[in-house]
Design a protein around this ligand. Structure first.
Ligand code: MN
Length: 133
């Protein structure tokens, strides 16, 4: 069974790019364009990993992560923030919200598969360590 990844991103071009890269690597992908849809898809599909844009309509990424981490069933599902605002202090903010880490936008399509693989393995620190101040 291929690992299932939910991509939550309201920008269609960005979402399609991530989907294409991950599909090419053999992952099963599920998509959502806003926070409400994200929560519905997580409940229905139980993905192995969630890539979650912070700025999305209806319910923002921080709130989606908080709600999911508040549920026993999804406490151990890795959630990775997709953010264009990776500045000093953001790492602490995403970790505090329950994210395992973040991937900065614009997405580096050559790095993305390695980042995804590491998050699926639970090796968060090896992914985000290099971005610390
Ligand atoms: Mn967005």
């Amino acid at each position: 069974m291929p690992r299932k990844i939910l991509i939550v991103e309201d920008n269609e071009d960005s979402r399609e790019l991530v989907v294409k890269v991950l599909k090419n690597k053999g992952y099963q992908t599920i998509e959502a364009a806003d926070g409400e849809e994200a929560l519905e898809k997580v409940a229905a599909e139980k993905p192995d990993l969630i890539l979650l844009d912070i700025s999305i309509p209806k319910i923002d990424g921080y709130e989606v992560a908080k709600r999911l981490k508040g549920q026993e069933e999804f406490r151990d599902t890795p959630i990775v923030a997709l953010t264009a605002h990776a500045m000093k202090g953001d790492r602490e903010k995403v970790i505090a919200a329950g994210f395992e880490g973040y991937i900065t936008k614009p997405i580096n399509v050559r790095e993305l598969p390695n980042q995804v693989k590491a998050y699926l393995r639970g090796k968060w620190e090896s992914v985000i360590g290099g971005e610390e101040e």
